[in-house]
Design a protein around this ligand. Structure first.
Ligand SMILES: Cc1cc2nc3c(=O)[nH]c(=O)nc-3n(C[C@H](O)[C@H](O)[C@H](O)COP(=O)(O)O)c2cc1C
Length: 410
């Protein structure tokens, strides 16, 4: 995932039931403290959430770093990673044979010819001309997000080094949740303004909830809703919010379309499987309101402060595609999980005949997990904008650039 303005770039490779997923991150500055634990913490958080399926019991994601780090610090060279797929051997489904890199398929191997609505199955089969949809299922799977979280955790570690924190919480799962930002904004703001942890305090609190919500009563209602949905053999989507604190003004730009940070943030969310909409600030709600209730009044700044405070933050921390110094707020909208226990109508592409879908192990909802992946992709996006403004080959060089910028001056 990179564009013409990326300072950091990463690639992922790997199939969901292959041996492992691989990633390479290029562009991380030297002398950034980095350990496997910095990454493993967020890999574990990706498994959070009530309503997860059987795979959560098989996987124990731990990253193996192969290069780019020495004695706990980055070297400035590409950082390469591997995360093993527990399902490859633990599943007892014969994946080593079915996903073999060389040789012929096992004689008794069933090919997948029935596309599941809502998955990449049919589109991928038609695009790559596979008779067997297994390769489509395996690469379009959100298993890939484990490696994204790994690569993007380095970006998050870099932001943390400069006091920029990223967090998230879930605001809705299916029918149960908050409707309007003002219903949760005070509680969220109290968390991110408390102490020096900024938005990290938000994720730490949300992680305590079975549904990653910052409201106990809502968590309970959501758990019941998920239980009922499972009984109904159905699935759920939802809404979550990612917040970034400590962001200096001036990241991103209005001067060219692809340098607008608001546009990049929406892409960061919608690049994740099953995320079908995103809004910056109160984007959707603002469209229904008069301007006097939307645009955030500017207040005088204190001596030495970098940003002018705003009385409200309906804009979500950007104006003109550029950060204002207020927290960045981005919300993601996830569709319901497409694999249902209840069959959906489909067609067997081998025979051309109508056929109901067959159930494969799956989550009832993955909104809490998606919110942690969204933290990662947002961190990566903000880190790129940060490096574009203050970037250097090493962490000390970046510090010098920030100091030279003379915070607070016009
Ligand atoms: C963290 C996460 C976990 C997911 N888990 C499942 C799952 O267990 N079962 C499923 O059918 N889809 C799951 N999905 C959604 C599918 O990966 C996605 O809908 C599918 O790849 C098609 O892509 P699209 O929805 O973007 O068109 C998950 C998505 C995310 C982000």
């Amino acid at each position: 995932m990179f564009n013409d303005h990326s300072m950091l770039r990463y690639l992922t490779a790997g199939e969901s039931h292959g041996e492992a997923i691989i990633g390479v991150l290029e562009g991380a500055p030297a002398q950034l403290p980095l350990t496997s634990d910095d990454i493993n913490e967020h890999l574990a958080r990706r498994w959070l959430g009530y309503g997860r399926g059987g795979r959560s019991k098989i996987e124990n994601d731990k990253v193996h770093i192969y290069s780019g780090v020495r004695f706990g610090e980055t070297l400035g060279s590409p950082i390469s990673f591997r995360i093993d797929n527990g399902a490859y051997e633990k599943d007892k489904a014969g994946w080593p044979e079915k996903m073999a890199i060389e040789g012929d398929p096992p004689e008794d191997m069933e090919t997948v010819t029935m596309p599941r609505p809502g998955h990449a199955d049919l589109a991928g089969k038609q695009k790559y001309e596979h008779d067997d949809m297994r390769p489509v299922i395996d690469r379009s799977s959100a298993r890939e997000t484990a490696m994204r979280v790994a690569c993007c955790s380095v970006a998050r570690r870099l932001l943390n080094e400069f006091g920029i924190e990223v967090g998230s919480h879930v605001v809705r799962i299916g029918d149960v949740g908050f409707d309007a930002p003002e219903e949760w904004a005070d509680r969220r703001n109290a968390l991110i303004e408390k102490g020096s942890d900024g938005a990290s305090a938000l994720y730490e609190t949300a992680d305590q909830s079975a549904t990653r919500m910052i409201d106990d009563e809502m968590t309970e209602r959501c758990v019941e809703h998920i239980d009922q949905t499972k009984k109904d053999r159905d699935s759920l989507g939802g809404v979550y919010e990612v917040v970034v604190t400590g962001v200096p003004p001036g990241l991103g730009s209005y001067v060219h379309w692809d340098r607008r940070l608001d546009g990049q943030l929406v892409q960061a969310i919608c690049s994740i499987q099953a995320q079908k909409a995103a809004e910056v600030g109160d984007g959707f709600r603002n469209a229904h309101r008069p301007g006097s209730q939307v645009h955030d009044p500017i207040e005088p700044r204190e001596d030495g402060a970098q940003a002018y405070p705003r009385r409200t933050n309906h804009a979500g921390g950007t104006e003109g595609g550029t950060t204002t110094g207020m927290p960045l707020v981005v919300r993601g909208y996830m569709k319901p999980i497409p694999t249902l226990i209840k069959p959906l109508d489909s067609v067997d592409t081998a025979t051309g005949e109508p056929e109901p879908t067959r159930y494969e192990r799956s989550d009832i909802t993955s909104v809490p997990a998606a919110s942690t992946v969204a933290e990662a992709t947002v961190a990566y996006t903000v880190a790129n904008a940060f490096l574009r403004k203050y970037g250097g080959d090493s962490v000390p060089a970046i510090r010098r650039h920030i100091e030279a910028d003379g915070h607070g001056s016009e």
